[in-house]
Design a binder for this molecule. Structure first.
Ligand code: ADP
Length: 277
């Protein structure tokens, strides 16, 4: 799935990224689901070692247009994972106290500690997306943020954090269908917010802002993957395989076994005997 990695040397045009792309998996939905089930299992096993080893920190950032599938991706990926050692962080409209600080202030305390995988549902990238589109700060302020973000992420990486960033790319028509589905299913209506349609009108401005994010902040230490996401199963497969491949490359190991388990086993056996005596 390396093909969806954004290479800053070859800037991408979002208009040319087909949200329906299925790579080599065209007509292979069943196989893809099986492969994904295998990835879920592998992820659970890798997370177990990561938690036991207490050395690696893994940050996974998910960004998407409304209905893009951030929640669904996280849910599917974590289905088999032990919740211990995995954290989710959501970044909503900043509170007054958050707004009174710099935009990274609320982000830094949420980054992973050793032994943790943290999923960011939205992130500091909102500060060059919604903030740019709605002109919540001047251009002079937001245009400096790409470099600031790269520097922040570089520091995290140099301090031992593995960072993966996914932009889940749906198209305008798919978003319409997903809104219709939300509005017609009473169990999904709670997800709909009338403001969503106002945001939808700003689609082109958001796409321009996303394109800049991808091209300006995909770095060797924190790459972006622009994933075609109209089909949930393909999106899950792509994100899952990038994460699993990256975790495997960390060559994690369970801590060294204790040198003298016999001593303790003996002690446990003796416990019974002592009671009998
Ligand atoms: P989600 O859509 O992620 O499921 P919500 O419906 O609660 O969650 O939306 C969160 C909202 O917070 C989004 O509209 C997003 O644009 C907004 N938001 C997040 N970060 C910022 C920010 N830094 N400045 C302004 N708005 C933000």
């Amino acid at each position: 799935m390396q093909c969806y990695k954004v290479d800053p040397e070859k800037p991408i045009k979002l208009k040319k990224l087909d949200a329906n792309d299925l790579g080599n998996w065209e007509g292979k939905k069943k196989d893809a689901r099986k492969t994904f089930a295998g990835l879920q299992k592998e992820l659970a096993e890798l997370q177990e070692v990561l938690y036991a080893e207490q050395k690696q920190k893994v940050l996974i950032i998910l960004q998407a247009m409304d209905t893009g599938g951030k929640d669904g991706t996280t849910r599917s990926l974590l289905e088999k994972v032990n919740p211990q050692g995995v954290k989710l962080a959501n970044f909503k409209v900043p509170t007054p106290i958050e707004l009174a600080h710099d935009y990274l202030w609320r982000v830094h305390p949420k980054v992973p500690a050793k032994g943790e995988i943290v999923f960011f549902n939205r992130s500091h990238y909102e500060d060059v997306l919604v903030v740019r589109v709605h002109e919540l700060v001047s251009k002079e302020v937001w245009k400096k943020r790409y470099e600031q973000i790269n520097a922040f992420e570089k520091m995290l990486a140099e301090e031992g954090t593995t960072i993966l960033k996914f932009y889940l790319h749906i198209d305008l028509e798919e978003q319409k269908q997903r809104f219709i589905e939300r509005l017609t299913d009473p169990k999904k209506q709670w997800k709909f917010n009338p403001g969503d349609l106002e945001e939808r009108k700003l689609w082109d401005s958001y796409q321009a802002a996303y394109q800049d994010v991808l091209n300006k902040t995909s770095t060797p230490w924190a790459p972006w993957y622009a994933i075609p996401a109209n089909r949930n199963w393909y999106r899950n497969l792509c994100v899952g395989s990038v994460i699993v491949d990256t975790l495997k490359s960390l060559k994690m190991k369970y801590p060294e076994p204790i040198s003298d388990p016999e001593t303790y086993l003996q002690a446990l056996e003796n416990e019974g005997k002592e009671k009998q005596e």
